[in-house]
Design a protein around this ligand. Structure first.
Ligand code: GLY
Ligand code: MN
Ligand code: MN
Length: 432
């Protein structure tokens, strides 16, 4: 693996917390993700299912985890199923995990080959009253129709064991994964540290007429060289008005002298992610207007991030952040104070220039699992990412850091990434 092996006490603790929330006499089955194919014999690569990773640390395809805490036989309490290798796989793909390696990574003593799963489960199934199964429960993306291994496992299990009771494993993992342990925070910090160096490399390379994708290449070079697994998401390198399209990522335009670039990127290290946004002038010097807009967003970031405290409801935080941005939009002459005072609260005027939320959980997923009806707690990690987008001026500005919530105020895990106007101009001053 590219990353330093994680101490398996993390996964043992995670399993301990998970099984303590299961109903009596139930079995949990967690699946890995599919290797996704694109064309011919090519594949898009593999990204582990994050609930399986959280509970086992196994980063290999065709893995299953079975947890049966009330099993009367001790050896059935936790079983990891992994892919059995063979000569063909060795010749073409190289080594796969041995059972001993899988035990060392996960801390699970009993490891079996995945082809034995159905038979071994059957020995336990009728002792149990129900199953916990995984499913992607993200508000913005729910899969169905056998699209994922999870979907297929749900269908298979419900067909084979129709009279058992079924429960949602992700309801438990979502509750647990929101609050990060020290080990997880250290991994997010590592991702953040790689992102700081990567950003500096981009600043160093930037000059008029460079292509957006050339800056993307600087990021990619640095993060792969630093041991990151991949980009946390396809990076956004958006110059000029491209920055006003929130998820722009074609990154194929020429960066013009006088424009500002919005760079929103994340680093995935050991499956943990950072997510940061910075803006900087193509030619190394902010124009007067760029400075005004940038300073307004930076003010919102500095003030808004102070609101990330235990006990705060995310929705209340978002309302306060919107008020901060609204005041800046008035100062920038984009909104009229009287019109704002008389606006329809259902259709606030600021949404014309600021149309997204400004805090999401981050961890194993970039938009990490977590319910926004739960108040903030120490150990949660949130982004803070206010923005102002003015297409008619060709300026889009967002600034984003990652904050750990603590009893003593938020800790900025991305504090080392340059953000002050003077810092950025100084770092770009020798660019040719
Ligand atoms: N890059 C996606 C986000 O900032 O949430
Ligand atoms: Mn981002
Ligand atoms: Mn974000």
């Amino acid at each position: 693996m590219r990353y330093q092996q994680i101490n398996n006490t993390l996964f043992q603790k995670n399993r301990y917390h998970f099984v303590s929330k299961m109903k009596p006499n139930t079995i949990a089955i967690l699946t890995s993700n599919d290797v996704k194919h694109n064309n011919a014999d090519d594949v898009m690569g593999f990204t582990q299912n994050n609930d399986l990773f959280y509970l086992s640390g196994i980063d290999q395809e065709e893995t299953l985890l079975v947890l049966y805490p009330d099993a009367h036989k001790k050896e059935n309490k936790a079983i990891l199923f992994i892919k059995e290798t063979n000569e063909q796989i060795k010749i073409w793909d190289g080594e796969k995990l041995t059972k001993q390696q899988a035990t060392a990574i996960s801390g699970i003593d009993r490891v079996e080959w995945v082809q034995d799963f159905e038979m071994l489960l059957q020995y336990m199934a009728f002792e149990a009253d129900g199953f916990y199964l995984g499913h992607n429960e993200h508000a913005k993306r729910v899969t169905k129709d056998q699209k994922t291994q999870q979907d297929r496992m749900i269908q298979w299990c419900k067909t084979k064991y129709p009279l058992h009771t079924f429960y949602r494993a992700s309801k438990i993992t979502r509750a647990l994964r929101q609050v990060k342990s020290d080990e997880e925070i250290a991994l997010i910090q590592k991702a953040a540290d790689i992102s700081v160096d990567s950003f500096k490399r981009v600043l160093n390379a930037c000059k008029p007429n460079i292509k957006e994708y050339e800056l993307e290449a600087e990021l990619t070079y640095n993060l792969i060289k630093s041991g990151a697994t991949r980009h946390a998401f396809k990076p956004i390198v958006a110059s000029g008005k491209n920055a006003c399209a929130l998820h722009y990522n074609t990154n194929d335009a020429v960066c013009k002298d006088g424009d500002m670039i919005l760079l929103d990127f994340g680093v995935c290290y050991a499956n943990y992610n950072s997510d940061t946004t910075r803006c900087f002038p193509v030619n190394g010097t902010f124009s007067k207007r760029q400075k005004e807009v940038y300073s307004a967003v930076l003010h919102c970031l500095k003030e808004g991030s102070k609101l990330l405290k235990p006990g705060v409801l995310p929705a209340d935080y978002e309302t306060k952040m919107a008020t901060l941005v609204e005041a800046q939009l008035i100062q920038l002459g984009l909104l009229d104070a009287k019109a704002v005072a008389n606006q329809d609260p259902e259709k606030p005027l600021y949404k014309q220039y600021f149309m997204h939320g400004t805090a999401h959980h981050i961890g194993l997923d970039v938009h990490d699992v977590g319910l926004y009806s739960r108040t903030m707690e120490p150990g949660m990690v949130f982004t803070c990412e206010p923005g102002i987008y003015i297409p008619e001026e060709g300026i889009g500005c967002r600034l984003e850091n990652d904050y750990l919530i603590t009893e003593n105020g938020p800790i900025n895990l991305t504090a080392a990434m340059p953000i002050e106007i003077e810092e950025i101009e100084a770092l770009m001053k020798n660019n040719k």
